[in-house]
Design a protein around this ligand. Structure first.
Ligand code: BTN
Length: 321
């Protein structure tokens, strides 16, 4: 019911909606409407109540409204269920907890948090997740070989970059394997994790972190110069529900394309927006580094580096340019 009230207020942003109208529409009493509104306020939704006028949602663009996103994604696999928490340790952890506890988690379920207290990045790094960003995980159970699963990381990077490009036309590039950059600063990252036994049906948790309405001063000191946000780049706040809808739609499109036609068509797009293809790169491998020209991204999603002495194919690592 809370979800439905929120969606109604979101769709009528800028207007007061009377308690009576909400009660009639949803088939509940005005007191029940009021109780739900009080609970929503506790969760951080700024809802103004004015007698004889009704309720007005003030921060609809900054808060996730699950019902709105779900309605926009009708017909898509991704987003068929959206579970929102105002705060979590990590959406990837929550997805895995649900899977491992044997809860029924339908493929395409999205877990999203207003902020994360223990967000995780690739290579065991910490992922800063303040309020204003978009932190979510999608649960999938693809029938793919493990080698193909690795490609999904590049597939989703292309999907996220393409969708964020609609907010910053022509501005988004990919750093292999799956970071989205704008003008040399990181805007978004993806963490793919497998859950469950390898010989049984297994789940893939695709965690996506996007700095949406995060101001420079809200970025932690150690990443302040290296990271950016849609807000910083666009110079205005962006509706986080539109970002989530757009990114999930794009991930859904590319997931289907990948399952139907494989990596080839996506590889070309990936290469076209890869920020270091044809350039000199340095990749950290264990204790050492590999340096050379990044000549290609191959059909297995490996980064191909010509060191001048040999051609090396790298399947994992951290690139610097
Ligand atoms: C990276 O670039 O290192 C990957 C960052 C992935 C961050 C997202 S935020 C949602 C999900 N939950 C996590 O703890 N991590 C991922």
């Amino acid at each position: 019911m809370r979800d439905e009230i929120l969606s109604q207020l979101y769709w009528r942003q800028g207007e007061y909606v009377s308690g009576q109208e909400l009660a009639d529409k949803l088939g509940i009493t005005r007191v029940a409407v009021w109780k739900n509104i009080e609970a929503l306020k506790e969760e951080g939704y700024l809802i103004e109540a004015v007698s004889r006028k009704g309720y007005l949602l003030r921060n609809g663009k900054e808060m996730i409204i699950p019902g709105v996103v779900k309605a926009e994604l009708r017909g898509c696999l991704l987003g068929r269920d959206i579970i929102y928490y105002s705060q979590l340790d990590s959406t990837n952890e929550e997805a895995k907890r649900r899977i491992n506890a044997g809860c029924k988690v339908e493929e395409g379920t999205v877990i999203v948090a207003g902020r994360q207290t223990a967000g995780r990045g690739r290579m065991g790094r910490k992922w800063e997740s303040p309020a204003g960003g978009l932190w979510f995980s999608v649960v999938l159970s693809p029938e793919l070989a493990v080698s193909e699963l690795a490609l999904l990381s590049l597939v989703f990077a292309r999907a996220v970059a393409k969708s964020l490009d609609t907010f910053l036309p022509g501005g988004c590039q990919i750093k292999w394997p799956n970071d989205v950059y704008v003008k040399g600063r990181k805007l978004a990252g993806i963490l793919l994790e497998l859950s469950g036994e390898m010989d049984r049906a297994h789940y893939l948790v695709a965690g996506v972190g996007i700095n949406v309405n995060v101001a420079r001063e809200d970025l932690a000191g150690e990443i302040r110069d290296a990271a950016t946000s849609l807000y910083i780049e666009a110079g205005r706040k962006v509706d986080i529900n539109k970002v989530l809808t757009g990114v999930l739609k794009s991930m859904d499109d590319y997931y289907n394309l990948f399952r139907e036609r494989g990596f080839s068509p996506i590889r070309e797009e990936f290469k076209a927006c890869c920020m270091h293809l044809g350039r000199k790169v340095r990749v950290k491998r264990g204790e050492g580094y590999i340096e050379g020209i990044n000549e290609d991204i191959d059909f297995m999603g490996n980064m191909v580096i010509n060191t001048g002495k040999e051609i090396i194919r790298i399947s994992t690592g951290d690139v610097s340019i």
